[in-house]
Design a binder for this molecule. Structure first.
Ligand code: IMP
Length: 436
């Protein structure tokens, strides 16, 4: 085995939408392979490259650079969405080098129907899902009902499994909504034909990736969503159904932990959240509207306006611990321009006492009061001016921004490897040349 491990993981430390797509694309420039290991088309990764704005839900962010892209076994795949993304890339003249795990699970229309209906019946405990069938597909995986890509591409294996699952799901859906109806045969025919189209991409990705990593290939693991949405270590039940943090990489790819090199945490200069659940630093005023507009904080998948608030270094510290983060990237600093003052949450207070550790329980978090530090903001610039500053380097940044970054570094006791000042690949300042 090659002693040098050339792999890096990109993990969001908050509730997703930290700018992982852009950072993955940046790192992909020096990589051979980009791998998605969790989630499905609930994710929305935006990349601005070659004058085009790419929005991926399933395809790894290495696609615009025509890198080898792998969808690992930890993902759940809606075949229609994946084929649409492949076709869109082909229309742009991009070579799609995709390997799809034979053991990733498949999302069917009944999963999507159940997602909406289950959310409705959960009332105040609903997560505010993207309604893409993610939770129900992962439920079937855990329940050992699930249908995998291996089954999908072989109609004789697919038919009996799908028929059994469909019968049960139909009954279940009709307990929520008696008017729901769907016939098995046309659905089976449609999915068998989607499977046929995906067949050329299907690979045993665990073998493939281990072999490539052992031979020294450079690999980026791209997380979807963020640490606080993790099914095990996030704000349950207000999260997603997978492990979006570094803990999900091994299970979601078949790569053992010792082959995961650096783990980089992506931190947005403020916080955003889509869906339900407490958000201690949330803002409800004009400042919130200004940040939302300046940061284009509208869901890539659903178009929902995102909830926004101040950066929360207390929950980010928790993310650093859970993910084993060695260095962070700060994104969307430009989106805070013109905001004054800027606040930074450095801890929570509960019943007059400062907490030592981030209280994972939703019922405790709702009683906590954030403790803030205040910073002078920086003035508004045009996107060209931000690009120019990125080009000139760190020293050219406004002093107030440098103070804010220095405070993040000190509070988190961690180095900042890179900062992002805009959506384009070049609107980036690399502070650690050894990053990857
Ligand atoms: P699901 O993943 O569609 O089941 O949704 C569960 C929760 O995770 C909801 O609060 C969603 O808004 C949130 N969520 C899922 N995917 C993303 C994402 O890519 N970014 C931000 N939030 C997400």
């Amino acid at each position: 085995m090659n002693k040098k491990i050339n792999t890096i993981a990109v993990c969001g430390l908050s509730w997703g939408d930290e700018g992982k797509g852009k950072i993955t694309d940046y790192l992909a420039q020096k990589s051979d392979i980009v791998v998605r290991y969790n989630g499905g088309n609930n994710a929305g990764h935006t990349i601005n490259a070659n004058g085009i704005k790419y929005k991926f839900k399933l395809i790894p962010s290495g696609a615009p650079l025509e890198k080898e892209c792998v969808i690992g076994n930890g993902c759940v795949v809606d075949p229609k969405v994946l084929l649409e993304e492949i076709n869109n890339l082909k229309k742009l003249g991009i070579n799609v080098n995709l390997k799809l795990s034979s053991t990733a699970h498949v999302i069917f229309p009944f999963h999507i129907a159940l997602d909406g209906l289950e959310e409705k019946s959960k009332g105040e405990y609903k997560a505010g899902t993207t309604k893409r069938g993610i939770g129900p597909a992962y439920s079937d995986k855990a329940g050992r009902w699930g249908i995998r890509i291996f089954d999908l591409i072989q109609p004789e294996i697919l038919k009996p499994k799908l028929e059994k699952l469909f019968r049960i799901k139909k009954k279940l859906i009709q307990t929520y909504d008696p008017s729901w109806n769907m016939d098995f045969e046309p659905m089976f025919e449609e999915y068998a034909s989607l499977g046929e189209k995906l067949k050329p991409y299907v690979t045993d990705t665990a073998y493939y990736l281990n072999k490539e990593i052992d031979s020294g290939k450079r690999v980026v693991f791209e997380g979807a969503q963020g640490n606080l949405l993790c099914i095990d270590h996030g704000m349950y039940p207000y999260g997603t159904s997978s492990n979006p943090n570094a803990l999900g990489i091994s299970a979601g790819t078949g790569i053992p932990p010792k082959k995961i090199g650096k783990i980089v945490g992506i931190v947005k200069a403020y916080t955003s959240r889509v869906g339900e659940g407490k958000f201690p630093t949330e803002l409800f005023n004009d400042t919130a509207d200004q940040i939302r507009e300046q940061g284009h904080e509208y869901g890539t998948v659903t178009g929902r306006p995102r909830r926004v608030g101040w950066i929360d270094l207390f929950n980010i510290k928790y993310g650093i611990m859970i993910n084993g983060i060695e260095t962070v990237v700060i994104t969307l600093l430009d989106a805070l321009h013109g905001i004054n003052p800027i606040k930074m949450c450095i801890g929570y207070e509960l019943d007059g006492k400062r907490l030592e550790s981030w209280p994972i329980q939703h019922e405790i978090i709702e009683k906590c009061k954030p403790i803030y530090r205040e910073f002078e903001g920086w003035k508004k610039l045009t996107s060209n001016e931000w690009s120019e500053l990125a080009n000139q380097g760190y020293d050219s940044l406004p002093e107030t921004m440098k103070k804010y970054l220095q405070a993040i570094k000190e509070e988190l006791k961690i180095d900042i490897a890179m900062i992002s000042l805009g959506p384009n690949r070049n609107d980036t300042i690399l502070l650690d040349n050894e990053l990857f």
